[in-house]
Design a protein around this ligand. Structure first.
Ligand code: ACO
Length: 428
């Protein structure tokens, strides 16, 4: 790529390390031969300074609050594009021509049904199971149903597995919701859009015709666009790591769902709305700001802060605007939105948040919209998983096609006991 190097001074002298240049963003010091050359490892828990792969899918500049998918800014995609088009873009690298988009949408719509036997899986869960628990289980179980798309060395089989995952996620998520409220599952209806179909499977009932509200459909689709990919975040890295061993694609995505569930990651949207509800009144905001700043209190402002963004998360801006639009169009008022606006205002003017560069992230306002649409908080992260599946499969495909990719196998700084002899139990 480049002949540039950086020099590392060690007790054995200077070691030149190749410097790799991406198309944009920080250069990367190539340490692949570092252990072989020095007998030393590098140490970076949480990967705060380490690039785990090369990727051409998504670019983030956290300092300037920029997010690009295949070069296109997220705000342009959120405003002008739609989820099917963004899915194609992430998977294939360029925006589709009309014919390509039509074919892609048609293909996805022809994979929306689940194997009928999968419906029986749901009955094994308690009715109060968290939808993410169901999603992990059912998506993992797809491995047992689609044996014709699991040869990961075959690009065509990888594409079919990717289409299946993108297509079936709305069905799986909607069924998780239906199961929790004791309503019958609805089969997909393929004359509807990807998002309209999901809304119908979620909120429709067999006894009535469900008319998709175009305003809700557009807001929901935009939420999917905003969550579609986010380069090497925890769940995507989990999918890549699981996939690096050659594991079954459906099992890899189930691993991603498990990781996404955590409150420091995708689970934050649920936690953020719960927090806003708990605050309840703008008068109580100072109390919660004080708690967030107290080192002895584990409380954090959910939906605030990000590993990469040290500026406003560009997705949060669109999300806030969408929240205002949806509430206005549905003629709803929600005191939670007032609390969110005021909390944001106070936090962004507080030295603690300014100094630590803590800004609202994508999850801060999404809960307000999803709540207005009618989703219970437990479903929020499942919706995130539905949308992020596109990013996961795009990143997984990219990894498998990369000839330089090896099995992911981090090293460690061992701090445990050194070698010692076994002592029989009676002598301890
Ligand atoms: N509220 C209060 N203080 C915070 C917050 C917050 N939300 N986030 C970070 N801080 C403080 C930390 O206490 C820490 O302070 P210190 O330096 O005095 O110890 C400092 O800011 C840096 O925080 P770290 O946890 O070291 O930063 P990291 O990059 O590891 O964490 C994370 C990022 C996990 C997102 C964090 O900001 C957080 O927990 N936020 C709340 C959860 C959330 O909204 N997650 C969603 C992320 S977006 C997504 O996954 C889609």
């Amino acid at each position: 790529m480049t002949a540039k190097t950086v020099k590392l001074t060690t007790e054995g002298g200077e070691i030149p390390l190749p410097l790799l240049e991406g198309s944009v963003g920080p250069d990367v010091v190539d340490i692949r031969k570092f252990y072989a050359d020095t007998g030393k490892f590098t140490y970076d828990p949480g990967f705060t300074s380490t690039a785990s792969c090369q990727s051409a899918i998504t670019y983030i500049d956290g300092d300037d609050g920029i997010l690009l998918h295949r070069g296109y800014p997220i705000d342009q995609l959120a405003e002008k594009s739609n989820f099917m088009e963004v899915a194609y873009l992430l998977l294939h690298g360029d925006l589709p021509k009309q014919k390509e988009l039509d074919e892609f949408s048609y293909t996805i719509s022809r994979h929306t049904m689940l194997h009928e036997q999968l419906a029986t899986f749901y009955r094994g869960f308690r009715r109060d199971a968290h939808p993410m628990a169901i999603m992990c289980g059912v998506v993992g179980a797809l491995s047992a149903f689609y044996h014709d798309s699991t040869d990961i060395t075959d690009p065509q089989q990888r594409l079919i597995a990717s289409h299946r995952l993108i297509a079936k996620m709305p069905t799986i998520a909607a069924m998780a919701f239906k199961y929790s409220i004791g309503q019958p599952f609805l089969y997909p209806q393929n004359n509807l859009s990807y998002t309209g179909n999901f809304l119908r499977m979620t909120f429709g009932v067999p006894a009535e015709t469900y008319d998709v509200n175009p305003i809700i459909e557009k807001a929901m689709d935009r939420i999917f666009v905003l969550h579609a990919d986010h380069e090497q975040n925890a769940s995507t890295s989990t999918v890549r790591l699981a996939g690096s061993s050659g594991a079954n694609p459906f099992a890899c995505i189930a691993a991603g769902i498990a990781c996404l569930w955590g409150p420091a990651h995708g689970g934050a949207n649920e936690a953020a709305l719960n927090m806003l509800r708990e605050i309840g009144d703008v008068k109580r905001i100072p109390e919660y700001i004080a708690r967030a700043k107290d080192k002895n209190d584990p409380f954090r402002l959910m939906g605030f802060g990000h590993r990469v963004y040290k500026n406003y998360d560009p997705r949060a801006k669109v999300m806030q605007q969408t929240a205002e639009e949806v509430l206005k169009e549905l003629k709803l008022t929600d005191p939670v939105l007032d609390v969110a606006r005021e909390l944001e205002h106070i936090a962004l003017n507080d030295a603690y948040f300014i100094d630590k560069k803590l800004y609202p992230n994508v999850d801060f306002y999404s809960g307000v919209i999803l709540n207005a649409i009618g989703f219970p908080t437990e479903m929020f992260t499942a919706l995130f998983a539905l949308a992020r599946t596109v990013g996961w499969v795009a990143q997984w495909n990219e990894m498998i096609s990369d000839p330089e990719q090896k099995i992911g196998r981090p090293r460690q700084l061992y701090v445990g006991a050194t070698q010692r002899d076994y002592v029989p139990v009676k002598e301890r």
